[in-house]
Structure formats: structure tokens, C-alpha cells
Design a protein around this ligand. Structure first.
Ligand SMILES: Nc1ncnc2c1ncn2[C@@H]1O[C@H](COP(=O)(O)OP(=O)(O)OP(=O)(O)O)[C@@H](O)[C@H]1O
Length: 259
């Protein structure tokens, strides 16, 4: 047990050739928190997610998750530790059904052994049935059950975004990282998504870190917000504090209106 602290990031940074894309980032999330990560284009938000999930190894700093250092772990090991994510550009198995997309992600949760699967022992079929049922339950939560047998590529855009979150959740994370979940959604879809995020967080006892350009969403559901600009944190605080922070207003001038 590591108390209330779930993830702690100390002095995190990464350099690509001569470019310091992210540097000196300190942040933390307590269990159960819903925190936003915002900043202008190119500020280093996705790069930070890539470091938290093992896609990139930071060139400086320490990331501690659930009391253990996770720098240098491969992405699948980070997932096993309990961090799942979605991507800015939707990454689904487009030629698989909606249900199978969730089942694939759910596979790491399957309680039946690999040997039972390989030799198709009775436990395998029991495990398969359980997994199918569990995956279907996820689809229901996301309002995707009616699309169960549809190929992922045929889903309306907003539903594809939802399926991405369902998949990330099926890996049973403690920490969920959402990279622009409302990108390309209309205001109604964004509003529904906001409610869904609040719901799954409560229902699954999740901790969530969210990158988002839609300020109504960020300001509406996050308890705390970190602001990145040119690879460095320039502010952190409550939505109210962030909205009134002169540095943040300056960083966003000409790009976003913080409302
Ligand atoms: N693999 C890489 N090699 C070189 N430069 C990179 C690499 N990945 C990211 N960068 C650079 O790091 C900087 C931060 O990019 P990043 O995608 O993290 O920004 P962002 O805040 O997520 O932006 P956006 O809001 O547009 O998605 C950019 O200058 C980008 O070009």
C-alpha cells in the first residue's frame, strides 16, 4: 500500500535530438482524482502520456506508480501494472467486431490459463464465456451493445471514441489516461461523454488523467488541472485558479479561449 498517492512524476523530461520536448515536469495524482492536462498545440501533452505508458523512456526523472518505479518498462508491462490509455487518433481493430475489440483488451483479465486455451480444455470454454459476458457488460455501459456485431470501422465517429474508452477500461486499469476523448465530437456528444467519464470513474473507482482541448469539458469535470507550455509546467490548480492565471491566459492567447 502506498497510501493515497497513485502516481508521482518527478522532474520528468525527454529530449529528441536537440529538442527538449518535455522538461522538469512534476505532477502527481491521488487515488480517485480526475485531473486535466492542458496546453497549446505542441506543448508536450501526448509526449508526456507516451512517457507515462512506456512508449517513450524519459531521458530524465522518475515515474513512480503504486509505489514502484516504472521508467523503462515496455508498454504492455505498464498496462499490466494498471495504466491504460486511449489515443488522440483512434486506434481500434477496424476489421474486428465491436465486441471482439473489447474482448481482445479483456484478454489479460481472463482467469483461465494459457494451457487451457491452447488445448481447449473445459476451463477454456468457461473462461471464454465469462470473458464474452464481461465484455458485453462493458459495451452496455458505453451504450455500444446495439453495435455488438458491427465492424468497428462502421461505427459512427463518436461511438468509435467511446469504444476506445471501453477497450482501455477492459484492461482493468487503476489509472486511465484519456488523450483528447472529445476530439471531433459535437457539443451534445461531448456533454454525454462528460457524464460517461464521471460515471465510469465512480463505478470503477478509477483515477483519470485527461488531455483535452475542449475547455468546457476540462473545466466542467476536472478537480485539478496541470498546464504545459513549451514542454514545461506553467501552472497547476483548480479550474477556477487556472482560468484566472495570467500565465495560462498568455500561453493560450490567440489559440484558445478559456471559458
Ligand atoms: N518522436 C518524436 N521525435 C521528435 N520530436 C517529437 C517526437 N514526439 C514528439 N515530438 C515533438 O515534441 C513536441 C511536443 O509534441 P506533443 O505531441 O507531445 O504535443 P501536444 O501537446 O500533445 O500537442 P497537440 O495538442 O497538438 O497534440 C513537439 O514539438 C513534437 O514535434
Amino acid at each position: 500500500m502506498t497510501g493515497n498517492l497513485l502516481i508521482n512524476v518527478e522532474n520528468m523530461g525527454i529530449q529528441f535530438g536537440g529538442l527538449k520536448a518535455v522538461q522538469g515536469v512534476n505532477m502527481y495524482l491521488n487515488r480517485g482524482e480526475l485531473v486535466g492536462l492542458i496546453g497549446p498545440n505542441g506543448a508536450g501533452k501526448t509526449t508526456s502520456f507516451n512517457m507515462l505508458t512506456g512508449v517513450y523512456t524519459p531521458t530524465e526523472g522518475i515515474i513512480t506508480f503504486d509505489g514502484k518505479k516504472i521508467n523503462g518498462l515496455a508498454p504492455y508491462q505498464v498496462t499490466q501494472k494498471g495504466i491504460s490509455r486511449t489515443f488522440q487518433n483512434i486506434r481500434l481493430f477496424k476489421e474486428l467486431s465491436v465486441l471482439d475489440n473489447v474482448k481482445v483488451a479483456n484478454h489479460s483479465l481472463a482467469r483461465h490459463s494459457m494451457w487451457a486455451s491452447i488445448f481447449r480444455l473445459p476451463n477454456h470454454f468457461k473462461g471464454e464465456a465469462e470473458m464474452e459476458q464481461q465484455s458485453f457488460e462493458f459495451l452496455k455501459i458505453f451504450g455500444l451493445d446495439i453495435y455488438k456485431n458491427e465492424l468497428a470501422k462502421n461505427l459512427p465517429y463518436g461511438m468509435q471514441r467511446r469504444l476506445e474508452i471501453a477497450r482501455a477500461l477492459a484492461a482493468n486499469p487503476k489509472l486511465l489516461l484519456l488523450d483528447e476523448p472529445a476530439a471531433g465530437m459535437n457539443p451534445q456528444e461531448t456533454h454525454d461523454l462528460m457524464e460517461l467519464i464521471a460515471f465510469i470513474r465512480k463505478e470503477f473507482g478509477l483515477t483519470i488523467l485527461l488531455i483535452e482541448h475542449d475547455m468546457s469539458l476540462v473545466m466542467g469535470i476536472c478537480e485539478r488541472i496541470y498546464v504545459l507550455d513549451h514542454g514545461q509546467l506553467i501552472a497547476d490548480g483548480t479550474p477556477e485558479e487556472i482560468r484566472n492565471n495570467p500565465k495560462v491566459i498568455e500561453a493560450y492567447l490567440g489559440e484558445e479561449v478559456i471559458s
